[in-house]
Ligand binder design. Structure first.
Ligand code: ASP
Length: 584
């Protein structure tokens, strides 16, 4: 028997008990007459004490211990002289009668404590040591709790968990596929699923009317800061449902998670906003609604006064920033620099200070009278002391730049706090998106998304304005999930493939299995998938999904611990009939 209790368990009530603990030596303090050991396991830290009255065998072993040694301690629980209120076990310590050294450890490459001296790369290389640290461990415990609660809720709602294959067929779903060569079929490849999309639809055809799966998805995309080539979705599909049914069911899931995991009770329905409204008011399809600063269109007021930048702009929009009229010259220059960054893309920034004394002062005083500027301030709902920031230019570009500026001001003013959660359903996305480079339409969501029935006639005349029966769940400006009501009619699916520029043969070759299934009584269906890693990060108050993944890849898509990707042997290549073209 290794232990009677965990290292997080002992309290005042255990005083006088003989106990056994096993764990890792986090720290040793040798104070001459006394030695203290912080013994750690998954559950916490307990102080072990060795004093003058301890046996020489115990003292001997204590002298030989080092960081991360694995030991078993037998002893008696005593009250601490100086209690540590920061530690759950801080009222007690265990006076060691016996210490068994179960294993030794080399000196770890970084300190395994809450604040570590280990850089990212080092911690990733030794991720199993990193995982011993509280912050990382707690992230995985949170993830576990979330997964259990997801299963509990969905099981209760009659969803069944079905596994779908990982070795599937390469299909043009949006991102690039990871592919796996087939040994038995030389020259042929499997693809790893970007999502189980078509399989979950086939499960609906099969009559399983409520499916879910917590499932890995794979996308071979260039990695941006917070992307992983493999990530996890809570993937769901339902039959005989309309949009309302799906939104209500999964709003229920998210509310359940908030209540069970964070103790936050959302009593009101999540607000809904159409894509076009989100774009007009916030310049983003995932607006952060923790704060206001809505866009106000100012074209009508500002055009025609001889200021060329405005007169020639397709769109002029402003935001009103509370209490910032006194921003210094330097701060304004910083903001101008900010909007000019290539990622933001504006050509300049115009501002109006609505000073505390009631005067207005702007960068465009030459073209506008105080009355003009006053009426802008009024239209923006500005109060004394507010600062109005204005961008102008091509509409979409300006909306997006103003959105970045709004988020930046939200950050500067501390309005994006991590312990406030504001959810939003964004609905009615465009079905199709024109790609100038490829000179064709792409599906904004995916090719199986149903158009609004009343927009179907637009396939012939104005495909770009067809609204999709699609929805995203956004929380705090982060896209947490997305889905749609699907096409379940063969003809309509074919129309969609036509609009996407697939020939009949291509559609047949890529998606014949789905089109075939639709011949045999496909029910109306729809679903959604949530980014599970991101949901966990949001709940944990972190910007990084990596913290919530046990063994993540780095920004270059590498697992630096197992050193992958890596070369394979010539024999393996031969078996796969693959020849590598080495770079000169
Ligand atoms: N398969 C979709 C995705 O991964 C989600 C859905 O439509 O259910 O984005």
């Amino acid at each position: 028997m290794y232990r009677t209790h965990t290292c997080g368990e002992l309290r005042i009530s255990h005083i006088g008990q003989q106990v056994m603990l096993s764990g890792w030596v986090q720290r040793i303090r040798n104070l001459g007459a006394m030695t203290f050991i912080d013994l750690r396991d998954r559950y916490g830290v307990t102080q072990i004490v060795i004093d003058e009255s301890s046996s020489s065998a115990v003292k001997d072993i204590a002298d030989r211990l080092g960081r991360e040694f694995v030991v078993q301690v037998k002893g008696i629980v005593i009250e601490r002289a100086s209690k540590n209120s920061k530690l759950a076990t801080g009222d007690i310590e265990v006076k060691a009668d016996v210490i068994n050294m179960l294993n030794i450890s080399e000196i770890p490459p970084f300190t395994i404590e809450d604040d570590t001296d280990g850089g990212d790369e080092l911690r990733m290389r030794y991720r199993y040591l990193d995982l011993r640290r509280n912050t990382v461990k707690n992230a995985l415990l949170l993830r576990h709790r979330m997964a259990q609660e997801v299963r509990k809720y969905l099981d209760h709602q009659n969803f069944i968990e079905v596994e779908t294959p990982f070795l599937i067929k390469s299909t043009p779903e949006g991102a690039r596929d990871f592919v796996v060569p087939s040994r038995m079929h030389p020259g042929e490849f499997y693809a790893l699923p970007q999502s189980p999309q078509t399989f979950k639809q086939l499960l609906m055809v099969a009559g399983f009317d409520r499916y879910f799966q917590i499932v890995k998805c794979f996308r071979d995309e260039d990695l941006r800061a917070d992307r992983q080539p493999e990530f996890t979705q809570i993937d769901c599909e339902m039959s005989f449902v309309e949009r309302e049914d799906v939104l209500n069911t999964f709003e229920g899931l998210i509310k359940h998670l908030f209540l069970q995991v964070k103790g936050i009770n959302f009593t009101e329905p999540f607000p809904r906003m159409s894509y076009s409204e989100a774009m007009e008011r916030f310049g983003s399809d995932k607006p952060d609604l923790r704060f206001g600063m809505e866009f106000i269109e100012l074209g009508g007021m500002l055009k025609g006064k001889g200021f060329g930048v405005f007169d020639n702009a397709e769109y002029i929009g402003g935001i009103c920033v509370q209490g910032c009229a006194e921003y210094t010259r330097k701060q304004m220059d910083e903001l101008t620099e900010f909007v000019k960054r290539p990622q933001v893309g504006a050509s300049g920034l115009v501002y109006i200070r609505y000073n505390a004394d009631g005067t207005v002062k702007s960068t465009i005083d030459k073209f506008y009278t105080s009355e003009d500027l006053m009426s802008v301030a009024n239209k923006m709902g500005a109060k004394l002391g507010d600062l109005i920031l204005i961008l102008a230019g091509a509409k979409n570009k300006t909306l997006s730049a103003l959105s970045e500026l709004r988020l930046e001001m939200g950050n500067r003013l501390g309005l994006r706090t991590k312990d406030v959660f504001v959810p939003l359903w964004v609905v009615d996305f465009p079905l199709l998106e024109w790609d100038d480079e490829a000179q064709r339409f792409f599906a904004m969501h995916h090719p199986f998304t149903s158009p609004h029935p009343e927009d179907i006639h637009l396939f012939k005349t104005d495909p770009a304005s067809i609204r999709a029966n699609a929805y995203d769940l956004v929380i705090n400006g982060v896209e947490i999930g997305g889905g749609s009501i699907r096409i379940f009619d063969r003809e309509l699916q074919q129309t969609m493939f036509d609009a996407l520029g697939f020939t009949k043969e291509e559609a047949e070759k890529q998606f014949g299995f789905l089109l075939n299934a639709f011949r045999y009584g496909a029910p109306p269906h729809g679903g959604i998938a949530f980014g599970f890693d991101r949901l966990c990060a949001l709940f944990g108050g972190s910007d990084s999904i990596r913290d919530y993944i046990a063994f993540p890849k780095n920004n270059a898509g590498r697992d630096v611990m197992i050193d992958s990707p890596s070369y394979i042997s010539q024999q393996q290549l031969n078996e796969l009939s693959i020849e590598i073209r080495r770079k000169e």
